[in-house]
Design a protein around this ligand. Structure first.
Ligand code: FAD
Length: 390
């Protein structure tokens, strides 16, 4: 379906080779140890992956969302956590480039495109995830500063990031609530858990899968930040900005799902031709063939939906419907595919010796991040009803 240009082909080939040589041999071990892949991230920097979509004038490669999505597929085929290291950074770059002032772009994007500083996104809170407008973190203007108070939760890359795109309420009394929401660009020292007075990264949250990349809390207690750190220096735009960024995040999750599904399928079709039961390879048993057929078909459908959503957004068209559908379908499909692959592996699928065990633990996060499946369905239904209004 996709007609790739030479740059895209070269990029995908480079990432695929990197994943085969540098990621696949070490991913299971690093994941089991919950170890941050420092050396791999350094190589990702050298390959320019942190600046894929940043315009060339700011030192990036200036590629499209489609190129980014294809890169994420390859990385997630090796290890899903690597796509997590990129995702919030990518959304941060996008938000600054799309909504930032010239000064914000000049000061941050060149350092972000090299990966020298990387971005996290702080939207969710202990009491507010799907219901974004229910956030409580406040930024109240005081002279040339905002004074920020509140608690953020689930920050992927929370500790190692140097920029945290933070959704706050600058007018907590606004009605509807989204009119009082704004986005702050919080700059901090990467790796420091207490980078400034009133700012505390909080604890790393232990997880079922998606290990290696940290997921943290972040606490603000009378933290002062200059008013010039407001994204676009305009209050009341945060909700719109974050939803725009999340549309891209949904394409990222669909791409991860395709990457994880591809690997689960590859592991199953290989194993099925090696393992023998009742005097023949299990691939000769019809029940296993049905699993393989269903996995291959669903994976193909997920890929096409991903390409369609990525291309639409790359061409600047509104794509919330397509991104929502691709995210919903690909993440649900991925969870079915990893389970089928685990079944094909029999008892060995339950062992840490086999990669499918890791994929099986990684996949459920795809049903939750960037909007749960239930929320995707409400977004999709709303758009369909608008489109087909009587
Ligand atoms: C590993 C990990 C990394 C994350 N990284 C980040 C990050 O970097 N930045 C960030 O800001 N957040 C991050 N998140 C948070 C994530 O976006 C939220 O967990 C997600 O949006 C769901 O919110 P919640 O957990 O509060 O669930 P809730 O909103 O409490 O939902 C609980 C259940 O109720 C359902 N539900 C809620 N509302 C409705 C409704 N209106 N209709 C139907 N069903 C509904 C949900 O679908 C879900 O099944 C991360 C989460 C995880 C687990």
């Amino acid at each position: 379906m996709l007609q790739l240009n030479d740059t895209q082909k070269a990029m995908i080939e480079m990432v695929r080779e990197f994943v085969e040589k540098e990621v696949i041999p070490v991913a299971d071990e690093l994941e089991h140890a919950d170890e941050y892949p420092e050396a791999i991230v350094e190589q990702m920097k050298e390959m320019g992956l942190f600046g894929i979509t940043v315009p060339e004038e700011f030192g990036g490669i200036g590629e499209t969302l489609t190129t980014y999505a294809l890169t994420v597929v390859e990385l997630a085929r090796g290890w899903m956590s690597l796509s997590g290291v990129l995702n919030t950074h990518f959304m941060g770059c996008y938000l600054i480039n799309r909504f930032g002032t010239d000064e914000q772009k000049q000061s941050l994007l060149p350092r972000m495109s090299t990966g020298e500083i990387r971005a996290a996104l702080a939207m969710s809170e202990p009491e507010a995830g799907s219901d974004v407008q229910a956030i409580r973190t406040k930024a109240i203007a005081d002279g040339d500063d905002y004074v920020v108070n509140g608690q953020k939760m689930w920050l992927t890359n929370g500790l190692r990031s140097g920029v945290v795109m933070t959704l706050v309420k600058t007018d907590p009394e606004a009605s509807p609530a989204h009119k009082g929401m704004s986005m702050l660009i919080v700059e901090k020292e990467p790796g420091n858990p207490q980078p400034a007075p009133g700012l505390d990264v909080g604890k790393n949250i232990g997880k079922l899968g998606y290990k290696g990349v940290e997921t943290t809390e972040m606490n603000f207690a009378d933290y002062r930040i200059p008013r010039t750190s407001l994204l676009g220096e305009q209050e009341g735009q945060g909700f719109r900005q974050v939803l725009d960024g999340i549309e891209l995040g949904r394409v990222n999750v669909a791409a991860r799902a395709v990457g994880v599904s591809t690997r689960a399928f590859e592991e199953a079709i290989k194993y099925a031709q090696e393992r023998k039961a009742f005097g023949k390879t299990i691939s000769e048993h019809q029940a296993i063939q049905i699993h393989l057929a269903e996995m291959g078909t669903t994976l193909e459908a997920a890929k096409l939906m991903l390409y369609s959503a990525a291309e639409k957004k790359s061409q600047g068209e509104r794509s919330d419907l397509e991104a929502g559908m691709a995210k919903l379908f690909a993440s649900e499909a991925c969870n079915e595919i990893v389970l089928k692959s685990l079944r094909v592996h029999g008892g060995y699928g339950y062992s840490k010796e086999f990669t499918i065990e890791r994929l099986y633990r990684d996949a459920p996060f795809l049903l939750i991040g960037e909007g749960t499946s239930e929320i995707q369905k409400t977004v999709i239904a709303r758009r369909l009803l608008e489109r087909h209004k009587l």
